[in-house]
Each structure stands twice: as structure tokens, then as C-alpha cells.
Ligand binder design. Structure first.
Ligand code: XIL
Length: 328
């Protein structure tokens, strides 16, 4: 059987996954499987402020550099996540960053990090999770960046990143855009408005990343609305990337044949999303159940290990793998 990246490539799609430094450096078999299945490596945490910025003055690139080299060595693309986010900020941030110096901190951070990986990182999540409907007038989430810099921090980040690496694909990434319900609809509207606003101002932005952290309990998409949203995004001349897909199962019973249900979610969602030609990338948030963030973030109540990803904890291909492969 061909690998996921080969299956995807046959259809002009890029498949990859996120991973952390530790399993890649300590588990050889995992690293081998990763390089086989994936055409893209995304550091799950290693390019976040918290990892890169131990002190206000210093950058620590040791882990991200190693991962960039690993990607290069195995002919994988390397994807950056993320330059601007309200989470994963270092402890010193609150004390040191204020209205006077925030612009300097933001632009210096972006310049330093993006320039370092120019030519090595093909695509950046420039801004992550900036929209939260009802939290402010434009639906912008209340974040340190919004408080310190106002709504323009978003375009500032994109312009700075584009100047630091004119080749990189610059992406706006967000969550909770997948399911058709009233809350999602307002969020989709807000995101579309943001994208329209950025495009009309000539801000260098090339795509939307839809995180796609899905749940096994809520199967079935209203195909029409999701399709329309994807079409609206595409009509702004933007690419669409599925950037962090996994399927959580907090409410499933073990007896529910959860692998079948989880595979069904992969199948339903991906076949619908990939119907839209602008969707050109599928990235899962991890490759093996052994290292999924969901075992901490969304564990099962009965303590049974979760199975949200294409490979199981022993690195065997699961029904989810088949579902992804056949969606390509
Ligand atoms: C997660 C990582 O996977 C975890 O290891 C970390 O503890 C928290 O962050 N949306 C995002 C990612 O954009 O950065 C998050 O990654 C998962 C949710």
C-alpha cells in the first residue's frame, strides 16, 4: 500500500502531520514512519513564543533547528506554527511587554524567526485564533495583542512576515469553523469579513487554515453550508489548508466500535472538504495515537487511551488511516 503522502500527491494534495521534538528524537521507529507517511512536518510547540523565547532578550532555536534539519533530510516540507497567538506566551511576557514596546516585540520576533527559516519554512501560520464572535465589535478575540496594539496587529503581523520571507505562504489559522450551527455560522462570517478586509487592503495573505479538531460524537456535516463557506473563502483567491485534524471521543463507549466511528468522521469531513479545489493540504495534529495531545486535553472518562489519529500507539495503520487514504 502506498503511504498517505503518496496517495495525497497523486491527487495534487499535500499530506503531513504535527509532531513534537521529543518523540522524533527518541523513537527511531516513529521518526521513520513519520518521514514515510508525511510530506510536511509541523512542530507542535517548538516554534511558539514559549519555546523560542526563554527570556525577553534571548531566542532558543535548538529544537526548531533540529526539526527543520530533520524535515530537510527526509525531503519533507517544513511548516511554521505560529507567530502570533494568545496562548503559549512566556511567563515574562506580561511584565515586559506594554503598549510602548509591543510593536517592537512583535515585529522583532517575526523578523528574527521568519528570516531564520526563510527558504526552509514554506508556509507560516502567521496569526492563530484571533476571532471569537461576540467578544468585541469586529469579533476579535480579547488577547494581549489586541489590548496592546489594537485591531491592526493582524495586518502588522502579515506585512512583517511577508517582508521577512517573500516566498512563504502566509496563513490565517482558526478553529471552530467546521460544524454547522449558529455559533459556527457567526464565526465563519467574522473570519470571512476579516479575510475580505485584509485582501481589500492589500495585506499579503495567501490562505485560511481550518484547524479541524473534530469530535466523534457529532457526525454528519451540513454539506451545503460548509461547502458554501469553503467556496466563499476560495472566491477571495485564498488557498484552504486543513491544518490540525484529529477526532476526539470523550463521549464514546469502547463498545461503540470507536475506530469505525472515528474513521467515518475522517471520511465524511475530508471527502466534503476536498471537493473544494482550493483545499490543497491536509495536516493531522499528530500521526500516532501514542503521542496525541488529546490524551491530556480531551481524555476519556474511563481512562482508556484515545485513538484520534491515522496510526495506533504501536504505529500500525488503523481504519482512520484507510479513511484518509481513500478520501485522497
Ligand atoms: C497544542 C499542542 O499539541 C500541545 O502539546 C500543547 O500542550 C498545547 O497546544 N490549536 C493549536 C495548537 O493551534 O497550537 C494546539 O497545540 C492545539 C490546538
Amino acid at each position: 500500500k502506498a503511504t498517505l503522502q503518496e496517495r495525497a500527491a497523486n491527487k495534487g494534495i499535500i499530506y503531513g502531520a504535527a509532531a513534537q521534538y521529543k518523540p522524533l528524537t527518541t523513537n527511531k521507529r516513529f521518526a521513520q514512519h513519520f518521514a514515510q507517511e508525511c510530506a510536511v512536518l509541523v512542530p507542535a510547540n517548538e516554534l511558539k513564543w514559549k519555546t523560542l523565547r526563554p527570556t525577553p532578550e534571548k531566542f532558543n532555536f535548538s529544537r526548531s533547528d533540529w526539526m527543520a534539519e530533520f524535515a530537510q533530510k527526509h525531503n519533507m516540507l517544513f511548516r511554521g506554527h505560529t507567530l502570533v497567538w494568545y496562548q503559549a506566551l512566556p511567563k515574562w511576557f506580561e511584565d515586559k511587554v506594554n503598549r510602548k514596546n509591543a510593536e517592537k516585540f512583535l515585529t522583532e520576533h517575526i523578523n528574527t524567526v521568519v528570516q531564520r527559516y526563510a527558504g526552509k519554512i514554506y508556509s507560516w501560520d502567521v496569526v492563530n485564533e484571533a476571532i471569537l464572535p461576540n467578544s468585541s465589535k469586529q469579533g476579535l478575540r480579547q488577547t494581549p495583542w489586541l489590548r496592546l496594539l489594537g485591531a491592526d496587529y493582524i495586518e502588522m503581523a502579515f506585512r512583517t512576515a511577508a517582508a521577512a520571507d517573500p516566498q512563504a505562504l502566509l496563513i490565517y489559522n482558526d478553529n471552530n469553523l467546521e460544524y454547522d450551527n449558529a455559533k459556527t455560522e457567526t464565526k465563519r462570517d467574522r473570519v470571512l469579513k476579516l479575510l475580505e478586509r485584509l485582501k481589500s487592503k492589500g495585506v499579503p495573505i495567501h490562505g485560511l487554515g481550518i484547524q479541524s479538531h473534530l469530535g466523534a460524537s457529532s457526525r454528519g456535516f451540513n454539506a451545503k453550508r460548509l461547502r458554501n463557506f469553503l467556496k466563499d473563502v476560495a472566491s477571495l483567491d485564498l488557498q484552504i489548508l486543513i491544518t490540525e485534524m484529529d477526532v476526539s471521543e470523550t463521549k464514546l463507549l469502547v463498545a461503540d466500535d470507536r475506530d469505525t466511528i472515528i474513521a467515518g468522521v475522517y471520511h465524511d469531513y475530508l471527502s466534503l472538504a476536498l471537493d473544494e479545489p482550493a483545499v490543497n493540504t491536509v495536516i493531522t495534529w499528530g500521526l500516532s495515537d501514542r503521542y496525541t495531545w488529546l490524551s491530556h486535553f480531551a481524555p476519556r472518562q474511563d481512562g482508556v487511551p484515545v485513538r484520534p489519529l491515522p496510526l495506533d500507539a504501536e504505529l500500525e495503520r488503523k481504519l482512520a488511516w484507510n479513511a484518509i487514504a481513500s478520501a485522497f
